[in-house]
Design a protein around this ligand. Sequence first.
Ligand code: SF4
Ligand code: SF4
Length: 187
Amino acid sequence: MEKPNDPRARVEELAQTKLSDCYQCGKCTAGCPRGADMDLPPTRMMRAAQLGQIEEASKADSIWRCLSCLTCSARCPKSVNVSGVVDALRQIAVETNSVSPKSAKIIGFQKAFLRNVRRNGRTNEVEMASDFEIRYFFRRFDVMNVVNTGLLGPKMIARGKMHFAIGSPVKDKALVKRIFDKCKVEL
Ligand code: SF4
Ligand code: SF4
């Protein structure tokens, strides 16, 4: 499908929502669990999108802090898909290579997660963490990150928060692969 030229229309198409429906009541931000540490909380993000400031909004760190919990969309009295708008901005940020350096680590982790799901059908936590650490290290040479994870990993394994094996294997891995192929995910 052809991408609309108007960036607002592109966000609306990706999020399947109408930006002008938002009347800035603030309920999305009030319920957002990450709102307090976002540079552009959901209500302001919606306003920026309404004003066509898509490039600015896609550079905000907030879009990578969002937990995709959907509270904002569920609480909106105008049924605006706020969470979908955040997802749309993420997609645009990746497409336009405008991810802020501050958020590079979050994206690195998300990609490691997706690579692991594509490979195994679900996550193998130790394998995923190792994949992330190795790639992140060679991209940034961030020794402290490896040291911190190295110290944290054994504690998490000891407390049953991280596992070496996948709980129950996925029967149809080919189906998972087809989903990734269809979405044309580049990892
Ligand atoms: S809750 Fe809905 S209408 Fe209110 S500010 Fe958020 S998006 Fe806009
Ligand atoms: S989906 Fe994201 S923006 Fe919406 S309430 Fe949850 S964390 Fe906040």
